[in-house]
Design a protein around this ligand. Structure first.
Ligand SMILES: [Zn+2]
Length: 169
């Protein structure tokens, strides 16, 4: 007469209620069943029911533990799968954030590294003079002319508004 493992149901086990047995398949130590069986014997009936209940609960926890151990590989694989999904999401999120940040910085750089001011042309002004005034470099007149779409012969009218790009660094 052989018995089935109460944890994984493998057949061919000795009577684990009498012999101390470990299941060769799920590796469950079935000693607890032996202990329970001995408790059920008449000479052990004086052991109080709370102890018995405690053992049953212990056995259930043990069973759950064994069951979990036998499916650990599967569980780990799932956990790993879920974690890699999380990881991929995190990496994507991170990349998106970095991308957004870079764009933001690029925007900030291209928009705030200079300001555009308006200059009203006065009597006797000419591009090189204004360039010397604002840029400390009369040769910057080419920039003023280009930035304001001025055409030859680059004569400025009094009261004309020029836009000047002032770099802030
Ligand atoms: Zn088993």
């Amino acid at each position: 007469m052989t018995y089935n493992c109460p944890v994984c149901n493998k057949a061919g086990l000795p009577d684990f209620k009498i012999v101390e047995t470990s299941c060769p398949q799920c590796n469950a130590n079935l000693k607890a069943f032996m202990v329970l069986n001995s408790l059920a014997l008449p000479q052990s009936q004086n052991i109080n029911k709370i102890t018995l209940l405690f053992l049953v609960i212990l056995l259930s926890i043990f069973g759950i533990y064994i069951y979990n151990s036998s499916t650990t590989e599967n569980t780990l694989e799932k956990k790993f799968e879920i974690q890699s999904i999380y990881l991929k999401d995190s990496i994507k999120l991170y990349k998106d954030s970095v991308g957004a940040l870079q764009n933001h910085l690029k925007d900030k750089t291209s928009h705030s590294s200079y300001v555009i001011i308006k200059y009203r042309v006065k009597d006797g002004d000419y591009p090189a003079k204004i360039a010397a005034m604002f840029y400390n470099d009369w040769k910057m007149y080419t920039e003023i002319e280009a930035f304001n779409n001025l055409k030859k012969p680059y004569i400025l009218r009094k009261g004309q508004i020029l836009r000047l790009k002032i770099t802030q660094d």
